[in-house]
Structure formats: C-alpha cells, structure tokens
Design a protein around this ligand. Structure first.
Ligand SMILES: Cc1cc2nc3c(=O)[nH]c(=O)nc-3n(C[C@H](O)[C@H](O)[C@H](O)COP(=O)(O)OP(=O)(O)OC[C@H]3O[C@@H](n4cnc5c(N)ncnc54)[C@H](O)[C@@H]3O)c2cc1C
Length: 323
C-alpha cells in the first residue's frame, strides 16, 4: 500500500506543532490517495512521543548519539526509511531545521523538492503544490516528476486535526550510523520562554511609526495581553531598536499566525512577503493610503500611541473576563 512519510521535529524533548500539521495534512492527502501515513522520529529519548502522533507507522531512531542535530545523520536516517518504504510523498515542516534538512534528503534520494508549500492537493493520483513566489506577489502550482514527491510545509498554514481516538501506531525501531562531519554543539536561545515567532498563533508587530525604541513597549504590552509573540519591520531592526530575530519579511521570518497585528508598519512588499498568509490581519496606521490596508482584514486608522494602550486594556479586560 502506498504511504506518505512525514518528518516529526522534536525540540527540547517536545514535538513541534508544525510536525503535527504535516501529519494532519498527510492524513488528509492519504485519504485521497488510498495511502497510509508514516512518520520519522529522531533524537535521544524520543520513543515515548511515537504514540498519539496520528500516524499509522512511526520509524523511531532513538539513541544517545542522536541527542544533538546533525544534518548528515538526520538526512541519512530519513533516506534510509525512504529507501525501505518507498513513500509516494515526503512532507517536512518548513522550519529552520526543515529548511536545512529537506534539500539534503532530496539530493540524497535523487527526488524533487518543492519548498514553502501553502497548499497541497491530489490531482490524477499525484500531488500538486501551491507555493508563493516573488515575495508573495504570485503563486505557482507545481508538480513533481518521479517519486518521492518531497515538500516542505509552511508552519501554521495547514490545519491541525486531532488524531483518531484510540488509534495506536505501529512503531518500527531503527538505527543509523551517527558519524557526522558537522553537528550542533549548543543552542543559545536568546528568547527563552517566549513564543517562537514562526509558530505563534498571534503576533503583534511594530514598525517605524512607533518613532523610537522607547515606545516599543506599547507593542510588547499588547503582545503580552494576547499571550502573543512580538515581531518587527526591518526598518526598526536596521535602526537597532529590536533584535534581528524579531524581523518579519522577505529577509526575516515568514509567519502565518491566526492573527497578525501590524502597528505603525507601512506594508512594504518585503514585509508583506513574510506575513500576508496570516489568517486575520489588523493594521494600525495613521495614513489611510498605507499599503498595509490593502492586505488587512481590519484597519484602525489613527495614532498608534492612542490606539495601542486602549487595545491593550480592552484585551486584558476581555481575557480577564474569560478567566
Ligand atoms: C532587499 C530588501 C529586503 C527587505 N526585507 C524586509 C523584511 O524582511 N521585512 C521588512 O519589514 N522590510 C524589509 N525591507 C524594507 C522594506 O522595504 C521597508 O523599508 C520596511 O518594511 C519599512 O518599515 P516600516 O513599515 O516600519 O517603516 P515605514 O515604511 O517608514 O512605515 C512607517 C509607517 O508608520 C505609519 N505611522 C507613522 N506614525 C504613526 C503613528 N503615530 N501611528 C500609526 N502609524 C504611524 C506611517 O504612516 C507609515 O505607514 C526590505 C527591503 C529590501 C530592499
């Protein structure tokens, strides 16, 4: 029986949400292809995560030597499963790790890779992917030649569906040669405890309309009221107001939250490239002609210095009332 393989990413002992989105999408596509869904899980002490993933089969590489990420080893492991199970498609989250891993796997197995997909469908028994081009100004529909059809999936775009109740996966214990010419030796998380921008469900971003770094707390406070991640335009990153890791856009992070609130951001094409696939966009800007209003679902025309404190109070009151 045909199978769709996904890669499940683990960080700090936890499955990352985009891995579950990839499995949910694989299950949706598998229904149209009459296929099963299998998943690769790699790391140290990860075997316990296999149950409840929602896949039919989970290939587990669990070894102390796999405690830290190494592109070569991870690619070797996934390629091994591909060679053994010959999946029709391989779905990998378009996370920082997925962006590093997927091309290496594709090269290793001699398959085509379509990156940053925002939709997948079955056409004549094969997959067709939709992906943004030219900084989101156009979309391309892409098909593969040969198999497996390898795709990376933009986080937060594909719907998450709960695994079937009572479904247990068949676990296949695997091993892989762990020698690597390069591996990650340590990770310095500068935003410890904060919501990761590319996985956040709500993002509040600030731009040059805030006038100076001393006012960025207005964005941070609205973010805190929503339990949101905080982002920024490149203009204020380049000006040194905030760290580069907050930058959203063509040369920053690509995000697709359920709610994106842009405060004092004009909406230059390079900024839109990173956030226009957000589900609901709210723009706060005092210029009615600002391009951000063209992509916004809701526009608040006015001064961010007046609107942001009011919105923060309203959000706090709303969430306090909800308990
Ligand atoms: C190759 C390249 C790559 C780039 N990559 C990126 C990228 O990844 N991300 C990115 O963001 N940009 C990127 N840029 C820069 C981009 O072109 C814009 O310059 C930048 O996004 C502008 O940032 P901004 O909207 O904060 O500032 P501005 O364009 O200066 O806009 C400020 C906005 O704030 C509004 N405003 C002013 N005062 C107030 C107020 N009191 N209340 C409410 N609104 C107010 C103004 O009306 C204006 O619309 C890139 C550019 C290039 C050339």
């Amino acid at each position: 029986m045909a199978t769709i393989l996904t890669f499940a990413e683990v960080r700090d002992g936890k499955l990352r949400r985009p891995s579950l989105e990839a499995i949910s999408e694989a299950r949706r596509l598998a229904a149209g292809l009459g296929a099963t869904v299998s998943t690769v899980l790699i790391g140290n002490g990860v075997a316990g995560l296999a149950s409840g993933l929602g896949a039919d089969t989970v290939h587990v590489f669990d070894d102390a030597a796999l405690a830290s990420y190494a592109t070569e080893v991870w690619a070797r492991a996934v390629a091994k499963v591909i060679a053994a199970t010959k999946p029709v498609a391989v779905l990998i989250p378009f996370t920082a790790l997925g962006k590093d891993l997927a091309p290496r796997i594709a090269a290793k197995v001699g398959a085509g890779l379509v990156s940053d997909c925002v939709a997948l469908k079955v056409v004549d028994g094969r997959l067709e992917a939709r992906r943004p081009m030219y900084a989101g100004k156009a979309f391309a529909n892409v098909r593969w030649e040969g198999e497996p059809q390898i795709a990376t999936l933009r986080p937060n775009v594909f719907a998450l569906s709960a695994p079937e109740a009572g479904k247990t996966a068949q676990v296949v214990t695997e091993t892989v040669e762990s020698a690597a010419r390069a591996r990650v030796t340590s990770v310095k998380a500068t935003a410890e405890g904060k919501v990761e921008l590319s996985e956040a469900q709500v993002i509040v971003s600030g731009g040059r309309g805030l006038k100076g770094p001393e006012h960025f707390h207005l964005v941070q406070e609205l973010g805190d009221a929503f339990g949101a991640a905080v982002g920024a335009s490149r203009a204020i990153v380049d000006a040194g107001w905030v760290d580069h890791q907050l930058q959203v856009g063509q040369t920053g992070k690509t995000v697709s939250p359920s709610l994106y609130i842009a405060c004092g951001i004009s909406g230059a094409i390079q900024h839109l490239a990173g956030m226009s696939s957000s589900r609901i966009i709210v723009a706060i800007n005092k210029d009615g002609d600002a391009p951000i209003f063209k992509v916004a679902n809701y526009g608040l025309l006015g001064d961010a210095f007046e609107i942001l404190p009011q919105l923060t109070e309203a959000a706090k009151a709303h969430f306090a009332a909800k308990g």
